[in-house]
Design a protein around this ligand. Structure first.
Ligand SMILES: Nc1ncnc2c1ncn2[C@@H]1O[C@H](COP(=O)(O)OP(=O)(O)OP(=O)(O)O)[C@@H](O)[C@H]1O
Length: 580
């Protein structure tokens, strides 16, 4: 019922919970005083001994009690808010820090929609746990004890009966909790899966429409939604049933206590004043626990979410190394690397390659041969490889991502363009770049002409750069990378959507980069682009089958030669047929 880990996460919340309980307790004392004064008045009225002075006394006590209750309720609301908002901020920051700490490899373990759900709704449900459930938990122990210690002087029998009935409520909560835990864990898993499907289908809606596959995916999602509905209904049924059980115990317990007091009154062993006090206060024994029960389910939902949150927070931080690169130039060495994304299929087989500072390296091969996987291993996206991937002689998995990315850039064929101006997108590469630098970079990638017609650097881009063509997005990403001025550039099909003429201009920029003492790794399908490389690695089905300069590989008349010739023939044929 008490999650120690959550409480220890936020020691400050303990003080706020204590203050909330104190305020609720003061409120209870006011209530008792109010009931006592009313019972006193009724007792005097029935015995016809009422006096004006006692009437005034009751009125004054009532006003004081009501005012103090209002004040105590106000303060407890404030502390409730303080306790719950603090933990929300704290956990969201911890999650954010953890993701940063895990670096680019976090996507291997977590899906975006699960993260969003946990961070938004999951953490919101902890608000109830901290702000409502926890104070209520302690108060619901304190309230019956306080009432018992007061009422036992009026009629010990009914006080004992009332106190004995109270633990039945927590017992029923514990029983329900056992059932709830597994059910809620299933509920969260089903919710996260549905979120995943929803996000994916929404992102791929255009493709689904084109292939008329939307109805099928819709049906699949409906099935998942139906599963989620069923499990939600089971959760709600469990909640309603447990609330009914608690109501039965609460009102039944109060009734039993009152009956004992009334029979004492009939026997003459209990005074009218005492029986009135017991009847009016008997429900107070149970109400705090009954309220606790109503918070319990939302709180348990928060706890289920927190279990998942802690699982993420407890993930090994060694998903990202802690070593920092030295000021020496960056070299990349891969030795006997084997790699699989999953157990079912090996993707890379015994890959060894070497990239010295200021070299211009090409990696080619047919689609699916493992080129991007090599780039991803160098960039630190996956650590679970055999063999060695070293940067500056240090294992890549030991190197901190921030240290690597300060010196290196990985540019893919699907660059991330953010909603906002072109300027904002460029400043991601270099925060303090001036206009001249930005235009210079845009000119190098031949995007300047288009942008000048479209409002320049202030041109507003839609989400994911959707108002740019595929080639324009790639050029913008290249301009951003050039502005970033890194030592090592890994271009993974980064110019795949760019027309041949512009690609030649960009190739000239890459050659210029090498002259400026940068190291460039170029992964491409366009073999004409890599003739200038110092060394080319040829991949086939996860094996590196050839390596050497363009001239050496060409003369070897192996795979490279065959691919090169085939592409040249195709280009010549295309050129010829275009002219025909
Ligand atoms: N995240 C992943 N999980 C499982 N398998 C993957 C994953 N990414 C790639 N693969 C598999 O690894 C193999 C190599 O993929 P990779 O992207 O490295 O090839 P590539 O040579 O870059 O291909 P292309 O030229 O088409 O980009 C492919 O068969 C692919 O199915």
């Amino acid at each position: 019922m008490i999650n120690k880990r959550l409480l220890n996460e936020m020691p400050q919340a303990k003080t706020d919970i204590f203050k909330t309980v104190l305020m609720q307790w003061i409120s209870l004392l006011c209530n008792i005083a109010f009931v006592f004064s009313i019972a006193f008045l009724i007792d005097q009225a029935l015995h016809q001994t009422i006096r004006v002075s006692s009437l005034w006394l009751v009125i004054v006590i009532s006003i004081i009690c009501i005012a103090m209750r209002m004040l105590a309720t106000n303060r407890s609301t404030y502390y409730i808010h303080k306790a719950s908002s603090g933990i929300k901020d704290h956990l969201r920051n911890r999650m954010f820090d953890k993701l940063i700490e895990m670096g680019s490899a976090y996507q291997e373990h977590l899906s975006t929609s699960e993260l969003v759900q946990l961070n938004v709704e999951g953490i919101d449900q902890l608000e109830t746990y901290f702000g409502r459930y926890m104070p209520q938990f302690f108060y619901s122990m304190l309230a019956p004890l306080t009432l018992f210690l007061i009422l036992v002087w009026l009629d010990w029998k009914s006080a004992v009966v009332l106190l004995i009935c109270v633990p039945l409520i927590p017992l029923s909560i514990i029983a329900v909790q056992k059932l709830a835990k597994r059910l809620l864990s299933k509920y969260w898993t089903s919710y996260a899966n549905l979120g995943d499907s929803f996000l994916e289908n929404l992102q791929g809606l255009t493709t689904l429409k084109i292939y008329k596959a939307d109805a099928y995916r819709n049906q699949k999602m409906n099935e998942e939604a139906e599963n989620f509905r069923k499990i939600t209904m089971r959760v709600l049924t469990m909640q309603l049933n447990s609330v009914s059980v608690m109501d039965f115990i609460a009102y039944g317990g109060a009734a039993v206590g009152s009956i004992v007091a009334i029979s004492g009154f009939i026997n003459g062993s209990v005074s009218l004043f005492a029986v009135l006090c017991i009847i009016l206060l008997s429900s107070e024994f149970f109400i705090p626990l009954r309220i606790l029960g109503s918070f319990f389910h939302i709180a348990m939902n928060g706890i289920a979410a927190s279990d998942k949150i802690f699982k993420i927070l407890d993930m090994p931080s060694d998903t990202q190394g802690q070593e920092v690169l030295s000021d020496d130039a960056l070299s990349v060495t891969m030795e006997h690397v084997n790699f699989s994304y999953d157990q079912s299929r090996q993707i890379l087989f015994d890959i060894s390659l070497e990239i010295q500072p200021q070299e211009f390296i090409g990696i080619i091969g047919e689609s699916g041969s493992g080129k991007s996987t090599i780039a991803k291993l160098m960039s630190g996206f996956h650590k679970d490889y055999e063999g060695s991937v070293q940067i500056q002689g240090k294992q890549r998995k030991e190197i901190k991502d921030t240290s690597f990315y300060q010196r290196a850039a990985y540019i893919t064929h699907q660059p991330m363009i953010l909603k906002g101006s072109v300027r904002e997108n460029l400043l991601i590469g270099k925060a303090n770049a001036n206009e001249e630098e930005m235009w210079n970079a845009l000119k190098q990638v031949r995007l300047d002409g288009f942008l000048q017609e479209q409002g320049g650097l202030d041109m507003q881009l839609l989400e994911k750069g959707n108002n740019l063509s595929g080639g324009q997005k790639q050029r913008l990403a290249l301009a951003r990378a050039l502005l970033a001025d890194r030592e090592l550039y890994i271009f993974d099909e980064a110019t795949s959507n760019i027309d041949v003429e512009s690609e030649e201009a960009i190739l000239a920029v890459l050659k210029q980069l090498v002259k400026e003492k940068k190291t460039v790794v170029l992964i491409t399908h366009r073999l004409a682009s890599i003739t200038a490389c110092d060394r080319v690695y040829v991949m086939e089905q996860g094996h590196c089958i050839e390596q050497g300069s363009h001239e050496a590989l060409y003369q070897q008349q192996g795979k490279y030669y065959a691919m090169f010739e085939k592409q040249r023939e195709l280009e010549e044929w295309e050129g010829g047929s275009a002219h025909a």
